[in-house]
Design a protein around this ligand. Structure first.
Ligand code: 11C
Length: 339
């Protein structure tokens, strides 16, 4: 029997993308519940030719639900995730609430599917599976195939992150501000404290006592967990740029074993979910616009790091759609592995 599904946070940017991805991939289901906050309850959603009424998320929402896709923020996940699990649902959670919980697998299907091998659909037992942070997913889609070949010892990441990572309201604010600035008006700053259009700024996540912001520390900690390697050294600087829905990342890698740039390019060309855009003659490399609404993560600027001798270092530039592979697609791929 096809599973019964629930989408929690269905009216949000990722919630809406869950529906597109489920439909694009012909994900089988026998029923689907559209769940959101009280504010959105009663809205109508047309999905695959049927009309659904958005229901208010309640503890009893999960009765009879086999797989629940959550993207409604960390506090909703903390409150309702365990309730869903107790009801027998397998929860794929897009928030950061359970990512570092050692009992919860943190999964990128192309990278560490084995981490969720013990979770079985139809066993009657609920479970939580966490979807990593979007910057981590996009980075590791490209870094992992290289790591498998030559073992990454240290990774330095600089991100250029899109509005979508802060939700649909941030995307609207970027559009509104762009219009306002061009019209010579004062830009409206509701979501971010500073002007976003025609600007960039340090990621809006809270800054911690070590000077890193939470987004940067997610890259550090989630990489260690996903690679199951507590010794890999990771540092990151995360920046919000005025781009709508795809993140870009500059990644510097230091390896245990030498790996030349041609070998790296070949490995990346054969990596699932990755496309190589690396045309030096035409100065054509990945851009956020080219990967927007696409499933694959694009990699380019593949070159040996001149600051390291003997092919022990590589620089790459990665772009991926934040809402798709960075969130909804990765979660639906996790759900597919349960089928
Ligand atoms: C961003 N990655 O682009 C963030 C948003 O841990 O899931 C998502 C935060 C998270 O702003």
């Amino acid at each position: 029997d096809a599973p019964s599904l629930a989408v929690v946070g269905v009216t949000g940017a990722v919630g809406q993308e869950f529906l597109s991805v489920l439909s694009d991939r012909s994900f089988p289901y026998r029923s689907i519940k559209m769940l959101a906050s009280k504010r959105s309850a009663g809205k109508r959603i047309t999905f695959e030719g049927n009309e659904y009424v958005v229901e208010e998320l309640m503890p009893e929402s999960f009765n009879g639900v086999d797989i629940a896709l959550f993207s409604a923020g960390g506090s909703i996940s903390k409150q309702f995730g365990p309730i869903a699990v107790d009801s027998g649902s397998i929860v794929v959670d897009n928030s950061s609430a359970f990512r570092m919980d050692e009992k919860v697998p943190l999964v990128i299907p192309e990278v560490n599917p084995e981490a969720m091998a013990h979770i079985k659909l139809g066993s009657g037992k609920g479970a939580l599976i966490a979807n990593p942070n979007c910057s981590t997913i996009i980075c590791l889609m490209a870094a992992t195939p290289l790591h498998r070949r030559a073992k990454v010892l240290r990774m330095v990441v600089s991100t250029y992150q899109a509005a979508s990572g802060a939700g649909a309201a941030a995307m609207e604010e970027l559009e509104q501000q762009t219009r306002e600035v061009l019209e010579g008006k004062q830009p409206t700053c509701n979501i971010f404290k500073q002007q976003y259009a025609f600007n960039l700024f340090s990621h809006n996540a809270p800054v911690l006592s070590n000077g890193y912001n939470e987004e940067e520390m997610k890259l550090v900690k989630e990489t260690r967990k996903i690679w199951n390697d507590m010794n890999v050294k990771v540092t990151a600087t995360c920046i919000r740029v005025p781009v709508m829905r795809a993140h870009a990342e500059s990644v510097n890698l230091q390896f245990e074993m030498p790996i030349d740039e041609d070998t790296a390019r070949d490995i990346l060309k054969n990596a699932p979910g990755v496309v190589v855009i690396d045309d030096r003659a035409a100065n054509h490399f990945p851009t956020p616009l080219e990967v927007s609404n696409k499933d694959d993560v694009a990699v380019g600027r593949i070159r040996s790091d001149v600051s390291q001798d003997g092919n022990y270092g590589l620089d790459i530039f990665v772009c991926g759609d934040q809402i798709r592979k960075g969130a909804a697609l990765n979660a639906v791929q996790i759900a597919e592995m349960l089928l």
